[in-house]
Design a protein around this ligand. Sequence first.
Ligand SMILES: CC(C)(COP(=O)(O)OP(=O)(O)OC[C@H]1O[C@@H](n2cnc3c(N)ncnc32)[C@H](O)[C@@H]1OP(=O)(O)O)[C@@H](O)C(=O)NCCC(=O)NCCS
Length: 158
Amino acid sequence: MFRAMDIDDIPGVMTVEHASFTVPWSADAFRNEMLHNQNAKYIVMVCDEQIVGYAGMWTILDEAHITNIAIYPDYRGRGLGQQLLYQLMELAVYCGMVSMTLEVRVSNQAAQHLYTKFGFIAVGVRKGYYSDNQEDALIMWADLKQFAPIIISSESNQ
Ligand SMILES: CC(C)(COP(=O)(O)OP(=O)(O)OC[C@H]1O[C@@H](n2cnc3c(N)ncnc32)[C@H](O)[C@@H]1OP(=O)(O)O)[C@@H](O)C(=O)NCCC(=O)NCCS
């Protein structure tokens, strides 16, 4: 089940965050996003009555910037990450976004495969983008106009 992230979800999101990233966001960072950033949109995925994943983006003009997406380790490899990304892309289209972008560590093959599966292509590199190990970031973009037909066909199948 997916729903919009709520302030009360932050402890559960932090569990996923700490298990997923070497430089995790703080609870305050999520609180700020929720309370003070009108362009921020976050969703959580709930399984077995707990938060097992979350994803977020900033909507800037007609571009959606993915800020983070993560699935708790015990729940990975079951197709949940792609369901989560699908929901986020669907939300972006609903919000009028025409393209979507993100940065991903060059070593993060799992995430890159996921993004490629959903039509993202690598368009450049940010050198030394990550502060913990100065790793480069791959910049990826997706054309959401290509994503729209997927939504239509998925709805028509229901
Ligand atoms: C990236 C992440 C969200 C994927 O979640 P997941 O639930 O394991 O992904 P899914 O099971 O839905 O897999 C979807 C696709 O992702 C890719 N993928 C997932 N795990 C992979 C792995 N270990 N190796 C290679 N590709 C992988 C595959 O393309 C897969 O599709 P396929 O099964 O048809 O091959 C998860 O690994 C994660 O939370 N990682 C830590 C946080 C992170 O790196 N976030 C991205 C920051 S940019």
